[in-house]
Design a protein around this ligand. Structure first.
Ligand code: ZN
Length: 282
């Protein structure tokens, strides 16, 4: 079996039916079993084993995350948004807690950034246990955003296209990626991004797997595609470089071989899952 994406765990029962019942959420809030995520610098704090940490529920309007084996779980809004170094903590995060980490971080980030109605500009209020906001002035309802991003492996004659973004650490190559635009299918976004960034045309776009990426609200949609040729025209505004790699080269990078021609993406990136899958397909 190919590996699952890092954020693919079951998470907890989101208990959607309770969100529209403020009295039920209030009762859960008063429960002795209620706990809230502890924050550090705008990010859920982790213990030494990489698990989320929990404390007494504080704050006026904590977000209702759901029920963990029947026990209510909340998150108060952190005092500040996550800093630029937030992704670094993923290397320590226990994958079991990854879905809840993503939900708490994305949802809280959305509230911190969307305190005002996007229709009329008035301050808005939280409702549905923190899974929506409503404007008292115009009645507009606003829901937490999820931003779809395609991330894809294109192959040509058993070689794989990977690229380098300027922000990557030295030696790192990974799958090309880009936001899905309004009016676009996943398949069209994959083909457009590969053509824009690397100058290739593709066929047979296939969905493989997805995972949330809570910085702040992306959903990474992992795909594969077949290139119709291997001539590259690299967009150097987006990428430092893009290259075709052989199966042996990718296998060496994934095994951490110091002589490999590139440094593989970390295990919490879905690009890593896609690469592991491609090698497992051999
Ligand atoms: Zn409004």
């Amino acid at each position: 079996m190919p590996p699952e994406p890092f954020f693919a765990g079951a998470g907890i029962d989101r208990a959607d039916a309770l969100r529209n019942r403020p009295e039920a959420v209030a009762a859960l809030l008063a429960s002795p079993e209620a706990r809230a995520i502890l924050w550090a610098d705008g990010i859920p704090a982790l213990d030494s084993a990489g698990a989320l940490t929990w404390g007494e529920v504080t704050g006026n309007e904590p977000l209702f995350l759901g029920l963990d084996h029947g026990n209510p779980r909340f998150a108060a809004l952190p005092g500040s948004a996550a800093g630029a170094g937030a992704r670094a903590i993923l290397g320590q995060l226990d994958p079991t807690d990854a879905p809840l980490f993503a939900a708490a971080l994305s949802l809280s980030s959305w509230h911190l950034r969307h305190g005002f109605c996007s229709v009329c500009g008035s301050p808005s209020d939280m409702f549905r246990g923190g899974w929506a906001r409503r404007c008292p002035s115009c009645g507009g309802e606003h829901y937490p955003r999820v931003d779809p991003v395609v991330i894809m492996l294109a192959t040509f004659e058993d070689r794989l296209l990977l690229g380098r973004q300027p922000i990557y650490p030295p030696g790192r190559y990974s799958a090309l990626a880009g936001f899905v635009e309004p009016g676009e299918t996943i398949e069209a976004a994959v083909a457009r991004e590969l053509h824009e960034e690397a100058g290739i045309k593709v066929t047979d776009v296939c969905y493989f797997a997805s995972q949330p990426w809570p910085f702040p609200s992306s959903l990474m949609i992992g795909c594969t595609a077949n290139a119709t040729g291997d001539a590259l025209v690299i967009d150097h505004d987006e990428l430092d470089d893009a290259r075709w790699f052989t199966r042996d080269e990718v296998a060496a990078a994934l095994s951490g071989d110091p002589t490999a021609p590139f440094l593989a993406p970390p295990r919490f990136a879905i690009a890593r899952t896609l690469l592991d899958h491609w090698i497992g397909d051999a």
